[in-house]
Design a protein around this ligand. Sequence first.
Ligand SMILES: Cc1cc2nc3c(=O)[nH]c(=O)nc-3n(C[C@H](O)[C@H](O)[C@H](O)COP(=O)(O)OP(=O)(O)OC[C@H]3O[C@@H](n4cnc5c(N)ncnc54)[C@H](O)[C@@H]3O)c2cc1C
Ligand code: FES
Length: 302
Amino acid sequence: MGGNPRKMLSAGSLRASIRGDGLIMENEITFKDELAPGVKLIKVRAPLIAKKARSGQFVILRASEDGERIPLTLIDWDPKEGTITLVFREVGASTKELGRLEVGDAIHDLVGPLGRPGEVAFYGRACVIGGGVAIAAAYERAKSLKEAGNSLTAIIGARTAGQLIFKDQLRKVVDRLYTTTDDGSEGVKGSPSDLLRSLLESGERFDLVFAVGPEALMKSVSEATRPYNIKTIVSLNSLMVDGTGMCGCCRVTVGGRTMFTCVDGPEFDAHLVDFDELMARLRMYEEEERLALKVVGRRCRG
Ligand SMILES: Cc1cc2nc3c(=O)[nH]c(=O)nc-3n(C[C@H](O)[C@H](O)[C@H](O)COP(=O)(O)OP(=O)(O)OC[C@H]3O[C@@H](n4cnc5c(N)ncnc54)[C@H](O)[C@@H]3O)c2cc1C
Ligand code: FES
């Protein structure tokens, strides 16, 4: 769209209003940065969401009118400025389409804040774990837990050093920061759950562990803390459509009961989550996702 306000208004479905100093566009991207290859941060004008957002909640957006609805976690929000911050990895058709929008462009539609706010309280010694792009969400929770007075350890992990985002910001918030990489290019070689396991084996104890990232990581964090009976919360990435508890797409089994991630979560007691079922459901549309990515690739070239 190229950031031309007139062009955007002519699309018909975008909302804008005239204020003293000019045209104010809802859902407008006001800032954009590439944090790592394929990982983007955008600030979006969304004053109503910014006013109500709480830690752990998310939005659902469509980059364009014929786009797919995708959920993204609220990483930051500024009620004064009326903006929210999102961080996403371009993994498929919709996130790539979103990644192509520039400052001045508007996201077609955006709803939120969705989901139940996370439990932010004083626990004592808390450990926050983030893997890949979800390090951004771990950073957000670290800030909230610090404000609640907890002593904080963070363990963040990624495939390689260049993908370890939010390191400097985390250092300012936590008492101890550990990094891991799959290829050993920075920190400990391995995954954050390996590091957590060795901390626990060496006698370290936490009153809360919060983990967010790939399902395999959250599952192994859950297995690491179970023998020690440590309260462990995970933020699930179930497939979602409406985000309001109507379609059933995001269902997950927690403690033997069916729950909807969008309205009952996204955060749950890790020791009760059926991760194997969750991982199988996430692979349900692999073929369709591959096809969609091909179509988007063709659109970009043509
Ligand atoms: C509550 C919640 C918060 C999330 N927060 C973030 C975030 O802050 N940053 C971020 O980069 N990603 C986040 N995700 C995942 C993000 O929604 C997906 O990466 C995105 O929908 C993929 O769409 P796509 O078309 O680009 O890729 P696709 O080709 O559709 O899928 C690529 C991969 O993403 C998974 N996926 C596809 N659709 C969804 C969906 N609707 N929900 C979850 N996973 C999906 C697929 O299993 C597949 O492995 C979140 C998911 C949930 C449920
Ligand atoms: S996304 Fe439809 S019920 Fe949760």
